[in-house]
Design a protein around this ligand. Structure first.
Ligand code: ACO
Length: 156
């Protein structure tokens, strides 16, 4: 199997897991709000969610990129589904990709995706999938992904 190639981040930028300390400056919430509504998350609820994710590190990989000022400017989640089929195989699901508009166009989205795919490969996933808008198809193709099906939904 070919290892996934991951371009380097710009000088001073870092990739890391989301932590409880990220509640304080709200930059995680600001970056996610570019993608969708974040809603009201009180600090205890945020901390409980981080603990839930950290207790299940084999499933939840909530990642952020920080810039040279140590500000969160990109987000991404790899969720690893443990399946019965394919001999108890694993499927990686990419979720919640968002790059702050002031940092878009610097390959940070692509670097986030390639890192999440690399985590999925390391975790032994046999594929990685995601749902996205038509307008983002070209971006994901540039990250090395291909259209493989149709997204369906049922909203509550
Ligand atoms: N359409 C076509 N090409 C694109 C697009 C687009 N919408 N966005 C980026 N690209 C291209 C870039 O031009 C670049 O091409 P190049 O290698 O030829 O120069 C390549 O894709 C990589 O681009 P990046 O610089 O890595 O993209 P960026 O960091 O700006 O992030 C992203 C792209 C994540 C789509 C960003 O614009 C964003 O956050 N948008 C708003 C939130 C969003 O829609 N997120 C995706 C949700 S889907 C999900 O979460 C599974």
């Amino acid at each position: 199997m070919q290892p996934v190639s991951v371009p380097a981040l710009p000088q001073g930028y870092n990739l890391r897991r989301v932590g409880k300390e990220d509640f304080q400056d709200k930059n995680l919430f600001k970056t996610l709000s570019i993608l969708t509504t974040v809603g009201d998350i009180p600090e205890p609820k945020f901390h409980a969610l981080i603990e839930y994710w950290n207790d299940r590190k084999e499933i939840y990989n909530p990642m952020v990129i920080t810039n040279a000022e140590n500000v969160i400017i990109a987000t991404g989640m790899l969720f690893v589904e443990h399946k019965l089929i394919h001999g108890g195989g694993k499927v990686g699901h990419i979720e919640d990709i968002s790059v702050n508009p002031s940092e878009q166009g610097k390959k940070l989205g692509l670097i986030m995706i390639r890192n999440l795919i690399q985590i999925a490969q390391t975790e032994g996933c046999y594929k990685v999938i995601l749902d996205c808008d038509e307008k983002n198809v070209r971006f994901y193709e540039k990250c090395g992904m291909k259209i493989e099906g149709v997204e369906m939904g049922y909203r509550f």
